[in-house]
Design a protein around this ligand. Structure first.
Ligand SMILES: [Fe+2]
Ligand SMILES: [Fe+2]
Ligand SMILES: [Fe+2]
Ligand SMILES: [Fe+2]
Length: 326
């Protein structure tokens, strides 16, 4: 029989999930913010063919995706062990400069290493070899992240100008209530990223893995598995949306949120998944239509065009989930 786990053990693994979700969002937002920081650093970088953004911003995006992959792997393991994987994130701390990103990142990685040492010890105790090996691999990657962040903790960022320039007339359209509206989109994207990742892995949960018909057995698949595969591609699209929308907010000198809303909902069956996912896409469609209207009213055509593109993809997602509900 497979390893016997306790609720405390599953809780411990879920602490790792929350941490991985946190850093994934944190690094993605930092990546998005780099675009704005890059503009500030152009005067000194104009002679270089490579900007700080290209060197470091790219790295942040890469590890943001690695961290979500870690979250997914740990969730999958929890479901195989018969537990329920969490959708909760630990607190995200972004920062305002490359050195702050690096300090916050180094801190997060150090805390992860400490927690994963604890998990590796606990997994040895219950003789859960698979979990132990998985965390040993993740541990090595977190250590690499830590070393990478450490290289930038003393980075000399451009100091913020003491006195802000008077805001040009056209920028008066970017008011706080507008940023609040755009941030609802950020929250919706974060929520669907977590929801789809969790559901994708929940296909490994025994009640969803069982094959009930000859066809399922021969095809070595079932509805949960088919939907799980689908969710993987949708998840990547939502990551891309999160990146684009938060980048736009930062460029306009706003602050992006890191809180998911509405809260991710996983469900118990394959039918639950598609119903909840269609609802999530519906929420995005309604919200993004409102944002497009608002952007048009304000004359913010860049944001409008961006959301028009995103809304096309959300509609495709909507119909894709809708297909499975008939
Ligand atoms: Fe990680
Ligand atoms: Fe990491
Ligand atoms: Fe999206
Ligand atoms: Fe979507």
């Amino acid at each position: 029989m497979a390893v016997k786990t306790t609720p405390e053990y599953i809780d411990l693994l879920n602490r790792a999930v929350s941490r991985e979700i946190q850093v994934s969002i944190q690094y993605m937002l930092q990546h998005a913010k780099m675009e704005k920081l890059m503009r500030k650093s152009i005067p000194e970088n104009i002679l270089l063919d490579k900007t700080t953004y290209e060197a470091v911003g790219k790295f942040l995006k890469d590890i943001a995706i690695t961290e979500m992959k870690h979250a997914a792997d740990i969730m999958e393991r929890i479901y195989y062990l018969g537990g329920q994987a969490t959708t909760k994130s630990d607190k995200v701390t972004v920062g305002n400069s490359l050195s702050e990103f690096a300090k916050n990142g180094a801190k997060a990685e150090e805390e992860a290493l400490e927690l994963y040492r604890e998990i590796i010890r606990a997994s040895r105790q219950v003789e859960d070899r698979t979990t132990r090996q998985m965390f040993q691999k993740i541990y090595r990657e977190e250590e690499e992240h830590l070393f990478k962040f450490q290289e930038y903790v003393n980075f000399q960022d451009e100091p913020e100008e003491a006195e802000a320039e008077p805001v040009s007339e056209w920028r008066q359209i970017f008011t706080q209530d507008y940023f609040d509206l755009l941030n609802k989109a950020v929250s919706a994207e974060i929520s669907s990223i977590i929801q789809y990742t969790n559901q994708h892995e929940k296909a490994s949960y025994l009640p969803l893995r069982v094959k009930n018909t000859a066809l399922e057995a021969v095809a070595e698949t079932n509805k949960a598995k088919v939907i799980s595969d689908l969710l993987k591609t949708v998840f990547m699209a939502e990551m891309d949306h999160l990146e684009k929308i938060s980048e736009r907010i930062y460029l306009l000198e706003g602050e992006a949120t890191y809180l998911p809303a509405p809260l991710p909902q996983v469900g118990e069956t394959a039918d639950d998944f598609v119903r909840l996912d269609r609802e999530a896409e519906n929420y995005a469609l309604v919200l993004y239509r409102k944002i497009i209207e608002e952007a048009r009213k304000r004359g913010d055509s860049k944001t409008r065009r961006m959301f028009e593109e995103i809304v096309d993809q959300e509609e495709d997602h909507y119909w894709m989930f809708d297909d499975y509900l008939k």
